[in-house]
Design a protein around this ligand. Structure first.
Ligand SMILES: Cc1ncc(COP(=O)(O)O)c(C=O)c1O
Length: 440
């Protein structure tokens, strides 16, 4: 995209009044902030978490009450009831964090050594670590670059006799293609565990995600749209599965109490009353915040989609609500005078717009090879199977996506609409100046 107007464009611009804007903008105001110009934005975006006096009061109530553990107090149970009702699930089990929610879920389904679990490569590492903690093998299915979600069209080809479970992620809060995934699960008798850790209140065909598969998992870690610093939850309609999860997360006890009767192996993965009481307060704002994110994201998408080389993530037609934990887009440098993404991001940051490049390819992480080389894995799996894993786990679409991805965080969608105008204007400014930036 050239920095200077061509003659023809100049005439067109003059007739539409664009010229005045363009001239007013002129050299000094349009100079990229990264090269010493004035930034598009100087104000900070909304801070996170939102803390009101009610949080303080609630926290102090738990502190002073002295019942800090869920086995003594009531807040965790109350949160479970509220969250289950909000999502339309029969059961909710609160957990220490999202990772433990995933580990408990896979454990309850009996996923273990020798099993394969289908996962996306475009996710936070915890999705994959939960599989490895079971000494099972994660099998990566490539990403649909249009949506940033697991490409459901490629799942069946990855299923073998060893596949035990499908673990899709609603990445960034945008629902994965659940019609296709649930259908594949039914056809192959495979349970589906939804990693909804980033997808609070997201919906597929007007049903809340996490309630569609056998089990659904949330995270309430500090960055999440519903936040208690750390925390997690499992949602399910299956009472038997719920009971196993409940028991496993409570050291394998036979009931929800603190006695010494054990019916299985387990761990202490319980939520504390402090986490639960914070969640109860944060829950009061979650719907209003979700609506604001949706409105701002829709407005931002309209503007960004008009910029050549900026490709906001699409949603599947069945996705009726996006939680927008992340606002994701692809950056095509060809439309920005070949300015590399890293320099685009730096320029955008300098304009006052925080941004990041998102995930790198998880399927290529060296820690996977190290894990497969471990004594435990070598003891469970034939060397040939582990060696073949590397041939089965190429994800070329994901590789490209990881080179093009750009993220804005959910907090940037919580302010006024003018904030969206500034994000879009900063991108447009960089595009206008991309030639200069690329040469600098
Ligand atoms: C997709 C996904 N899965 C799992 C997790 C793990 O959650 P936690 O950090 O609460 O353990 C996260 C959290 O960042 C996540 O984003």
């Amino acid at each position: 995209m050239p920095d200077d107007l061509t003659r023809r464009k100049l005439l067109g611009a003059a007739s539409t009044g664009l010229l005045a804007t363009r001239v007013a903008r002129s050299a000094s105001t349009d100079k990229p902030a990264v090269l010493g110009g004035s930034p598009v934005r100087t104000a900070p975006f909304p801070s996170w978490p939102v803390i009101a006096e009610s949080e303080e009061r609630a926290w102090m109530k738990v502190l002073r009450g002295g019942k800090w553990n869920r086995l003594d107090g009531d807040y965790t149970r109350q949160f479970e009831e509220t969250w289950a009702a909000t999502l339309g699930a029969k059961h909710c089990l609160a957990t220490a964090n999202g990772t433990s929610a995933l580990i408990i879920s896979l454990n309850a389904l009996g996923v273990g050594p020798g099993d394969e679990v289908i996962v996306p490569p475009y996710t936070f590492v915890a999705t994959v670590n939960a599989v490895l903690m079971q000494h099972a093998i994660p099998v990566f299915v490539d990403t649909d670059p249009e949506t940033f979600q697991i490409d459901a069209r490629k799942i069946e080809a990855a299923i073998t006799g060893r596949t035990r479970c499908i673990l899709p992620v609603h990445l960034g809060g945008s629902p994965a293609d659940m019609d296709a995934i649930l259908e594949i699960g039914r056809k192959h008798s495979l349970p589906v565990v939804e990693d909804a850790c980033q997808a609070h209140l997201a919906e597929w065909r007007h049903r809340k995600v996490s309630t569609l598969g056998s089990l659904g998992c949330f995270s309430f870690q500090a960055s999440k749209n519903l936040n208690s610093g750390e925390g997690g939850a499992i949602l399910t309609d299956d009472t038997d599965l719920y009971r196993v999860c409940q028991s496993f997360h409570n050291n394998g006890r036979g009931d929800a109490g603190s006695g010494f009767g054990y019916v299985r192996n387990g761990a202490n993965l319980r939520m504390t009353e402090f986490q639960a009481v914070l969640l109860a307060e944060q829950l009061k704002r979650v719907e209003e915040q979700a609506r604001r994110r949706e409105q701002n994201a829709a407005y931002l998408t309209k503007q960004l989609a008009e910029i050549p080389g900026i490709r906001p993530a699409r949603m599947y037609p069945g996705a009726t609500r996006n939680a927008y934990h992340l606002y994701m887009l692809r950056y095509e440098k060809e439309q920005f005078a070949s300015l590399p993404r890293a320099r685009f991001l730096k320029a955008l940051e300098a304009e006052g717009i925080p941004c990041s490049s998102g995930y790198s390819p998880l399927n290529k992480e060296p820690f996977l090879k190290n894990t497969f080389d471990s004594r435990a894995y070598r003891g469970i799996y034939p060397a040939k199977q582990l060696a073949e894993w590397f041939d089965r786990n190429h994800c070329p679409a994901n590789d490209k996506l990881c080179e093009e991805g750009v993220w804005f965080t959910q907090t940037m969608l919580l302010g006024p609409r003018e904030d969206m105008d500034q994000i879009a204007e900063a991108v447009r400014k960089i595009q206008r100046q991309s030639g200069t930036l690329a040469r600098a």
